[in-house]
Design a protein around this ligand. Structure first.
Ligand SMILES: NC(=O)c1ccc[n+]([C@@H]2O[C@H](COP(=O)([O-])OP(=O)(O)OC[C@H]3O[C@@H](n4cnc5c(N)ncnc54)[C@H](O)[C@@H]3O)[C@@H](O)[C@H]2O)c1
Length: 263
C-alpha cells in the first residue's frame, strides 16, 4: 500500500512506538489520525508537526463508543482531504506487570488481568473491526488491487514472557495467534495483516524499568546490545505497509533476543 496521499489511523500515536510511526508516515506524505487517551501528549505533538497532516481524536480503546466516535471523525477527515483510508495501526498498549501469585501468597486480581487484556487485545480488535468496513469500501489500487494494511503490535513476551507477564503475554500471544485467521478473513477484500513483535524498545513504557531489569534484558540481546529505537520500529511498519508480499506474518524485531526467566 502506498503511504503518500493515504490516511492511516493509529492508536497510541501520542507516545513511543506509535508516535515514531506517525512521524515516519507524515514524512512519507501520508495523513495520520492519532487515536489516544492522552490529550496533553497528543495535542502538543500534533501542534509540533503542524502541517495539517495529523489530526488528534481523544479515544479510550477500552470503550467501543469512544472508538466509534473517533473512527467516524477520522473517516470524515479522510473524505474532506480526499485521502482514502490506507491502513490501521493498533499501537495502544499497557504493561501492568503482576504475578499470578505474589510473595505473600496473594493471587492476581482479575481486574488487573482484565485491564491488560482489554486494552491490548480487545482494544486492538475493536479498533480494527471498526475501521475495516471503511477500508473495504475504498477503491483498490495497484496491479494487485490492494485496499489497505492492518498492523498489530505483539511483543517478545508473546513467545518468552517473564515473571509477572501472565496477562501481558496472554494479550500479546493472542495478537500473534490471530494474525493468520485475520489475514485469511481479509484477503478477499485486498487487505493485508502484519504483526510486529518488538523486544525492549526505548519508550515511556520501558522508561520505568529498574537499572537491574534493564541490565539483565540487555545481557540477552545478541546484537546490537541496546534497546531498540522507536524509529527502527517505525521503519518496519513503513516497510510492512509498502511491501505487498508481507502478509499473515509475525515479525520479531528484537536483535536476536530471547527473554530470560530471571532478571
Ligand atoms: N516499548 C517496548 O519495549 C515494547 C516492546 C514490545 C511491545 N510493545 C508494545 O508497543 C505498543 C506501544 O508501546 P510503547 O512502548 O510505545 O508505550 P508508550 O507508553 O510510550 O505508548 C503507549 C500509548 O498508548 C496510549 N494508550 C494507553 N492506553 C490507552 C487506551 N486505553 N486508549 C487509547 N490509548 C491508550 C498511551 O496514551 C500512549 O500514548 C504497546 O502495545 C506495547 O505493548 C512495546
Amino acid at each position: 500500500m502506498q503511504i503518500k496521499d493515504r490516511t492511516y489511523i493509529i492508536s497510541g500515536g501520542a507516545s513511543g512506538l506509535g508516535r515514531a510511526v506517525v512521524e515516519d508516515l507524515c514524512k512519507g506524505g501520508g495523513y495520520v489520525a492519532i487515536l489516544d487517551i492522552n490529550p496533553e501528549l497528543a495535542e502538543a505533538f500534533v501542534k509540533n508537526i503542524g502541517d495539517g497532516k495529523t489530526k488528534f481524536f481523544e479515544t479510550d480503546v477500552l470503550e467501543s463508543d469512544s472508538i466509534a466516535k473517533s473512527v467516524e471523525g477520522a473517516v470524515l477527515w479522510a473524505k474532506e482531504t480526499g485521502k482514502d483510508i490506507g491502513g490501521v495501526i493498533a499501537a495502544a498498549g499497557v504493561g501492568n506487570p503482576t504475578k499470578i501469585l505474589d510473595r505473600k501468597g496473594n493471587a492476581m486480581a482479575m481486574d488487573s488481568f482484565d485491564f491488560v487484556m482489554n486494552v491490548n487485545l480487545r482494544g486492538t480488535i475493536d479498533l480494527i473491526r471498526q475501521v475495516l468496513p471503511h477500508m473495504a469500501k475504498t477503491t483498490p489500487i495497484g496491479e494487485d488491487g490492494e485496499r489497505g494494511c492492518v498492523i498489530m503490535v505483539a511483543s517478545s513476551a508473546a513467545f518468552d514472557g517473564q515473571p509477572g507477564q501472565v496477562a501481558y503475554s496472554a494479550s500479546k500471544g493472542a495478537i500473534a495467534s490471530l494474525t493468520l485467521p485475520m489475514t485469511r478473513d481479509l484477503a478477499p477484500h485486498g487487505i493485508r495483516v502484519v504483526t510486529i513483535a518488538p523486544s525492549m524498545f526505548e519508550t515511556r513504557m520501558t522508561a520505568a524499568l529498574s537499572e537491574k531489569a534493564r541490565a539483565s534484558l540487555l545481557k540477552v540481546v545478541e546484537f546490537p546490545v541496546r534497546g531498540g529505537k522507536p524509529a527502527e520500529f517505525a521503519s518496519l511498519v513503513k516497510h510492512s505497509i509498502e511491501n505487498v508480499m508481507l502478509n499473515g506474518v509475525v515479525l520479531r524485531l528484537d536483535g536476536g533476543t530471547r527473554m530470560p526467566s530471571k532478571m
